[in-house]
Design a protein around this ligand. Structure first.
Ligand code: WQD
Length: 337
C-alpha cells in the first residue's frame, strides 16, 4: 500500500518506515523537523535501498497536506507527528493542543478531501492516568493527568467520532507504553534534542560521557526496589505493531484502541543494571526527589493486540539495552555525530 507517515523522520517513525518497506509498502514522509533531522531519512534510505518520498511541512498546514495527498495519493496514513514531552505540555498547553489535537483534525479534513479512510494513530498509555488496576487493559478508565495525555485522549475521541460517521473508515489507536532500543544496524535510534526526559536515552548519554550521572527520581515507591517500574518495549517491536495495524485496517472499519506493550515491567535499577551488562560501562547514579506526575508502576495487558492484530513483542530487555548501546556508542552526538 501507499502509506503516508507523518512525523516519519522521528524515532518511532523512522523505525516504522524500515518495517513498512520490508513488507513491500510504498512510503511517503511529511515532517517539519522540529524534533528530527533530514539525516534520519538519509540513513533510512541507505538501510532500505527503498524509495522514501518526503515533504517538509507541518501537519497543521491544509495546503501542504493537500499537496501531499494529491501527489502521493496515500491509501493509509500513520500519524506520528506530534509533541510528546509530558513536562513541557504543562508549560505550553495551547502549543500541545494546537499540534496534537489541531494537527490530527487538519489531517482528518485532508484525508476526507482526498478520500483516504485508514489511519493508524500514535497514542499513548498515558491516556489511562493513575491505575485503578494493573495491568492496564483497553477497558481501563481513561483519566489522563497531563496535558500531553489529554491531547492524546481527545485525538482518540475525535478519531472514534470520525470513524463512526465516515462509512468505511478505519482508525487503529495504538497506545504505546515505553519505547526504547534501536535498529540492529546502530545507524538510527533515539536522539532527543535537549536534555533527555526519558530514562533510557539519559542512561545512554551517561554511558558515552555526555551526562555525568543518572538522577533516580525517587526510591520510595511501592515497588520491590523502591524505584519506578515501566513496561519498556523495543522500538522495532513497536514498529512492527504499526505494520500489523495497517493490515488490520484493510479488513476492519471503525475505531479501536490497542495496548502496545510487553506485559512485563522493569524498575529504574533493573534498567541501569541491564545497561551496564550490555555496555560494560558503570552508570553513576544519584538519588533525586520524585518527579511530579510519576506513578509507581505500570504495565500493559496486550492480549487484544495479540488476538486481533496477530502481534506481540519479541525483543528481550537485553536486546533493548544492547541495541541502545550500539546506537549511542556509534553516534555519541546522535545524528550530529
Ligand atoms: C521512566 C521511569 C521515572 C528519567 C513517558 C511519557 C509516556 C511516553 C514515555 C510519550 C520513571 C524514571 C526517568 C530519569 C528516572 N512518552 N526516570 N530518571 O515517564 O514512564 O513515560 O515517556 O509517549 O507518554 O509519560 O518514561 O522514561 O520518563 O521514566 O529515574 O532521568 O524512569 O521516574 O519511573 P515515563 P520515563
Amino acid at each position: 500500500m501507499r502509506v503516508l507517515v507523518t512525523g516519519g523522520a522521528g524515532y518511532i517513525g523512522s523505525h516504522t518506515l524500515l518495517e513498512l518497506m520490508a513488507q513491500g509498502h510504498e512510503v511517503c514522509v511529511l515532517d517539519n523537523y522540529t524534533n528530527a533531522t533530514p539525516e534520519v531519512l538519509t540513513r533510512v534510505r541507505a538501510l532500505s535501498n527503498g524509495a522514501v518520498t518526503d515533504y517538509v511541512g507541518d501537519v497543521r498546514d491544509p495546503a501542504k497536506l493537500d499537496e501531499v495527498m494529491q501527489n502521493f495519493q496515500p491509501e493509509a496514513v500513520i500519524h506520528f507527528a506530534g509533541l510528546k514531552a509530558v513536562g513541557e505540555s504543562t508549560q505550553k498547553p495551547l502549543y500541545y493542543y494546537d499540534v496534537n489535537v489541531g494537527g490530527t483534525l487538519a489531517l482528518l479534513h485532508a484525508m476526507d478531501r482526498a478520500g483516504c479512510k485508514r489511519l493508524i494513530f500514535s497514542s499513548s498509555a498515558t491516556v489511562y492516568g493513575d491505575p485503578v488496576y494493573l495491568p492496564y487493559d483497553e477497558a481501563h478508565p481513561t483519566t489522563p493527568t497531563s496535558v500531553y495525555g489529554r491531547t492524546k485522549l481527545i485525538a482518540e475521541q475525535m478519531l472514534q467520532d470520525w470513524a463512526a460517521a465516515q462509512p468505511g473508515a478505519s482508525a487503529v489507536l495504538l497506545r504505546y507504553f515505553n519505547p526504547v532500543g534501536a535498529h540492529s544496524s546502530g545507524r538510527i535510534g533515539e536522539d532527543p534534542k535537549d536534555i533527555p526526559n526519558n530514562l533510557m536515552p539519559f542512561i545512554a548519554q551517561v554511558a558515552v560521557g555526555k551526562r555525568a550521572a543518572l538522577s533516580v527520581f525517587g526510591d520510595d515507591y511501592d515497588t520491590p526496589d523502591g524505584t519506578g517500574k515501566r513496561d519498556y518495549i523495543h522500538v522495532v517491536d513497536l514498529a512492527r505493531a504499526h505494520v500489523a495495524a495497517l493490515n488490520y485496517a484493510q479488513t476492519n472499519t471503525g475505531a479501536r484502541p490497542f495496548n502496545i506493550g510487553t506485559g512485563d515491567s522493569y524498575s529504574v535499577r533493573d534498567m541501569v543494571a541491564a545497561f551496564e551488562r550490555a555496555s560494560g560501562v558503570t552508570i553513576p547514579t544519584q538519588l533525586a526527589p520524585r518527579r511530579a506526575g510519576d506513578i509507581a508502576a505500570m504495565q500493559a495487558d496486550a492480549t487484544r493486540a495479540k488476538a486481533e492484530l496477530g502481534w506481540d513483542a519479541k525483543h528481550s530487555l537485553d536486546e533493548m539495552t544492547a541495541s541502545t548501546w550500539a546506537w549511542q556508542s556509534a553516534n555519541p552526538d546522535g545524528y550530529d555525530s
